[in-house]
Design a protein around this ligand. Structure first.
Ligand SMILES: Nc1ncnc2c1ncn2[C@@H]1O[C@H](COP(=O)(O)OP(=O)(O)OP(=O)(O)O)[C@@H](O)[C@H]1O
Ligand SMILES: [Mg+2]
Length: 378
């Protein structure tokens, strides 16, 4: 699939802009702060109804305006589909599909599929485990939309169980609370096992495309490997079923009951898990150089792109590379460009045009204070 037109009204720094795009590679070039990232953020928003930069919508609406409108025309299987999202901070989004309002805005999620690499992704390598869990869960939700519901159930169970642990810790030894707690243990174990097993399958599928992407961009310095790290003891035995994992979670919460009551939080489960990213056998976090960490994060996104593209669901996703080239050496830039040159659509941003290798600088657009034009336009 590819995006053939983007319209932004009162989105970020744009008051009203329409940009027409072709399949293949488009490079948005412009000085710092001119609106390159804002533009691709808008496209990403139409795909997922979320921004890669902020969790609240307020910053997405142009200062002084009260709502923003993102309009994206997507070409899928030879047909044009129009996705429109209205963002009103503090209220639910409203969306339209081919000009017809949809009941819930979420219905438009997935019509456009994007995979974005952005500077924020460095946190996948250097940041807390929560960043890597979010990465896995977002990718899973794209691959199997049912997973988003499972993940939401798990969060709800966790919240309730934590609240109960807190009150149980205060009302020591109450038989009532103990009984209720064991009901929540069961739920935590059932849904937690599903999250753990689904994530494990994803990591198993991702490791090869991600490490291939890493070696393609960065042929020296060792191979990339991904391993999950779990808070649940015994989980690394090969071939465990969902029921086995469920039993392991139940055993683990039983062992740590006293500690959980004392601290008032759930200490075992997928919300405490992590993904270990290693390079040449050493954890990237702590060992990798800046450029290597950047390449690792990029490889995770390129690997995700490969996985989604194999899903064969409406065509290849759109690959967005925000500011990717600035931090790579010349060799890595060239190899990355070679790797993506055949993709159905790639949107690249760069503050310095010379950072973009020549093989992919064809469809250039100049971004300059809220306007986007071809270099030949006056
Ligand atoms: N809600 C908003 N209303 C008005 N302007 C905004 C809003 N949010 C962000 N901006 C402005 O948008 C401008 C452009 O931001 P953007 O991140 O797109 O720049 P960029 O071209 O990607 O720059 P860089 O090369 O530094 O990455 C910034 O100056 C920022 O202050
Ligand atoms: Mg930017």
């Amino acid at each position: 699939m590819y995006v053939s037109k983007v319209g932004l009204v009162d989105f970020r720094s744009y008051d009203d802009v329409v940009v027409e795009l072709d399949a293949g590679i488009t490079t948005f070039v412009g000085r710092n702060g001119m609106g390159k990232t804002n533009l691709v953020e808008g496209i990403g928003y139409a795909a997922s109804l979320s921004s890669h930069r902020v969790s609240a919508d307020l910053a997405l609406v142009r200062r002084g305006a009260d709502r923003a409108l993102v309009r994206v025309e997507v070409q899928r299987d030879g047909r044009a589909v129009l996705v429109e999202v209205e963002i009103v901070p503090g209220r639910a989004n409203r969306a339209r599909l081919n000009r017809a309002p949809v009941t819930r805005a979420r219905e438009v999620v997935g019509v456009l599929r994007t995979v974005m690499f952005a500077p924020e992704d460095l946190a996948l390598v250097k940041g807390d485990p929560a960043e890597r869990r979010r990465f896995l869960d977002e990718l899973l939700s794209l691959r199997q939309p049912r997973f988003a519901g499972v993940r939401a159930d798990y969060d709800r169970i966790l919240k309730q169980r934590n609240a109960l642990l807190k009150s149980a810790g205060q009302a020591r030894g109450s038989a009532d609370i103990e009984g209720t707690l064991s009901v929540w243990d069961e739920q935590l174990a059932t849904v937690g096992a599903e999250v753990i097993v689904t994530r494990a399958a994803l990591v198993a599928d991702l490791v090869v495309p991600a490490s291939d992407a890493y070696s393609a961009v960065a042929p020296t310095g060792g191979d990339l490997d991904l391993t999950r790290v779990s808070s649940v003891e015994g989980i690394d035995e090969p071939g465990l079923t969902r029921d086995d994992v469920r039993a392991l979670i139940l055993a683990a919460v039983a062992t740590r009951r006293r500690e959980e009551l004392a601290r008032g939080v759930t200490l075992v489960g997928p919300h405490r898990d992590d993904l270990l990213i290693s390079l040449g056998g050493f954890p990237a976090k702590g060992y990798a150089s800046h450029g290597e960490s950047w390449s690792c994060a990029l490889a995770l996104r390129l690997g995700s792109y490969e996985l989604l593209r194999r899903a064969d669901d409406g065509g290849d996703p759109v690959l967005i590379l925000d500011d990717v080239f600035a931090e790579l050496d010349v060799g890595r830039r060239e190899r990355l460009a070679e790797r993506v040159v055949e993709a159905e659509q790639v949107l690249v941003t760069a503050a310095v045009a010379a950072d973009v290798p020549a093989v992919i600088d064809g469809g250039q657009r100049v971004v300059d204070s809220g306007t986007v034009r071809r270099p030949t336009d006056l």
